[in-house]
Design a protein around this ligand. Sequence first.
Ligand code: ADP
Ligand code: MG
Length: 314
Amino acid sequence: MKKLAVVAFGGNALLRSDQKGTIDEQEANAYQTSERLLMLIQNNYDLVLTHGNGPQVGNIILANTAGNKMYGIPDMPMDVSVAYSQGFIGYILEQQLRNVLKAHDLERDIITIITQVLVDKEDPAFQNPNKPVGPYYSKEEAEALISDTGAKYHEDPRGRGWRKVVASPRPLTILNQRSIEKLVRDHQIVIAVGGGGVPVFWVAENKLQGIDAVIDKDSASAALAVSINADKFFILTDVPKVCINYNTPMEKALDRISVKQARKYLAEGHFSEGSMEPKVKAAIYFVTHTGKDAIITSSNMLGVDNGGTRISIV
Ligand code: ADP
Ligand code: MG
């Protein structure tokens, strides 16, 4: 059996913060990102690709809001916006990866799976929604929205306005897991759990329903990697290595750490909440459940010897 890698792409892989989000930009980024995978493909890995959707889903929500205001198009809930982003990002990534494969005379089938991920309605995260999504509003607009919709809005710490916050519950089960596993074991490249997956829960015994929440992309990717028995888990972001004492004169890049060391650094607060912390936690989850290694690095370091930070069981 070929080896199986799950590769999670961060926000920058598809849309950088200094870009507008035009389709040309996203296609060019997706092409570059896809080129990074050649190393793994040429080394005979089966691949599942996952990706973030922050800027894209933000734009979808803005477009919804504007469409609603201007034309009365019904507003769509968060889960529908996540599904929408999985579809269009998957489309772009798939197409650009096809172009890259063609340019290198390689042949692989590629398929995007709109992925639903089961969460628990009783997850404590629902008591404390803290993940900002969508546009910024004035205080007055936010107050009106709070009383109209019952949703929560928080003031941005950097003074940019008020933003809706939703819960980030733990992923329990990847509902499309068996399909993903079958396809990837058939050597197809599968794009799945985009944006952490569409969060759904059982509202009644026979009724599955989407919920206004977002699942952390790294956490969902780790859950998928464990459930399909991946041999390697890559988390790609915009820094080549995980550091301790990050952004201080004592900063030190980590080449290789054990789960025990990773837990110690986590407890000491070396990894920022909402950025590096969820990645390290996702890596620990994968390593402890599989005994295999996880690597956190930037996409240009993918497959480079000693590139990135390797997290191992011991
Ligand atoms: P994503 O690529 O998934 O969008 P984020 O931007 O959320 O990822 O997280 C990556 C960022 O985490 C890096 O750009 C870096 O600035 C930041 N970061 C926080 N703590 C650390 C650390 N200890 N070592 C390295 N990077 C860190
Ligand atoms: Mg980022």
